[in-house]
Write a protein that binds this ligand. Structure first.
Ligand code: NAP
Length: 283
């Protein structure tokens, strides 16, 4: 039987940990396959899906692919079907081929919730402040809402936060970053989540929480950025908060994609080790 072929598409995509993580997991599971990063620019997405993702999965050399920035929101227009969870979030990060049809999924939400469980957090009935209403922020908010969390969603573009709140329902309160109500929301939160790109390489000195707002030591803090201690996490640590970066979420969302494609669970330790090794190589 021919080896299977998987990929992640994005632009840029060279930094992605997914090839290292998936190739290690595929090998550990005894699945003959390779997973590669493919740079696809925004203007080339439609042509790429036509030629590679290709109408009718059986003709495609690909058995499935991940989707990253900037295609998570636009890829849906090129697929035959979008699974309910991904449709609700309005973003796709995993594509499967089912009966010759391209189906879009979103595994970020389940990856996030599994990472919280692994961290020992139970958000049911708790107050959570999420910063960021982009693709990742929306996946996080939808996932938290399914657990019965009460969510304050803070976003620079307030309209985007309002739209998410309208879709999700009563459990979400949209808020602008400079709103005076942010201070008590942060003070009373069980969990703070950074789902903005603040703290990433190109915005390395920035934090979603202004310095004048204190963090309580009993608050847990999660930053979806991975591979670096962001200013947000460093400050939270100084305040005595428990902190977690986005690496466990990355691994868990990858594991969920692996299950969709291969029908078996990957070895999470193997995935973790491959990510840590790759991060050490690129940093
Ligand atoms: P996105 O869709 O481009 O959203 C970016 C978000 O960051 C938006 O909420 C945006 O606010 C906000 N933002 C950007 N620059 C800002 C600034 N200068 N001030 C305030 N807010 C700013 O990106 P995404 O896909 O949601 O990714 C967001 C982060 O999550 C990235 O760091 C990404 O690496 C991380 N992520 C991690 C995982 C994981 O598995 N750990 C998975 C997915 C994403 P506006 O709406 O106002 O522009």
């Amino acid at each position: 039987m021919c080896p299977k072929h998987f990929a992640v598409i994005g632009d840029p995509v060279e930094h992605s940990l997914s090839p290292a993580m998936h190739n290690a997991a595929l090998q550990a599971a005894g699945i003959r396959a390779r997973y590669e990063a493919i740079r696809v620019s925004a203007g080339d997405l439609g042509a790429w899906v036509d030629s590679e993702g290709a109408v009718g999965g059986h003709r495609s050399p690909l058995h499935g692919f991940n989707v990253t920035i900037p295609h998570k929101e636009t890829i849906g227009g090129y697929l035959h079907e979008i699974a309910q969870g991904a449709a609700a979030v309005g973003a796709v990060n995993t594509v499967t081929f089912r009966d010759g049809r391209l189906v879009g999924h979103n595994t970020d939400g389940v990856g996030f919730l599994e990472s919280l469980s692994a961290f020992g957090l139970d958000v049911a009935g708790q107050s959570v402040v999420v910063f960021g209403a982009g693709g990742a922020g929306r996946a996080v908010v939808h996932a938290l809402a399914t657990c019965g969390a009460s969510i304050t969603l803070v976003n620079r573009n307030l309209d985007k936060a309002r739209k998410v709140a309208q879709r999700v329902g009563d459990g979400v309160r949209p808020m602008a970053p400079l709103d005076a109500a942010l201070l008590p929301a942060v003070a009373g939160a069980y969990l703070l989540v950074n789902a903005t790109s603040l703290g990433m390489k190109h915005q390395a000195d920035s934090s979603p929480v202004p310095d004048h707002i204190d963090l309580a030591a009993r608050t847990a803090v999660v930053d979806l950025v991975y591979g670096r201690r962001t200013p947000f996490l460093r400050r939270a640590e100084l305040c005595g908060c428990r902190t977690m970066d986005g690496l466990e979420m990355l691994i868990r969302q990858g594991a969920a994609a692996f299950r969709l494609w291969n029908g078996v669970d990957p070895d999470l330790d193997v995935m973790r080790e491959a990510c840590r090794k790759r991060l050490a190589e690129v940093s």
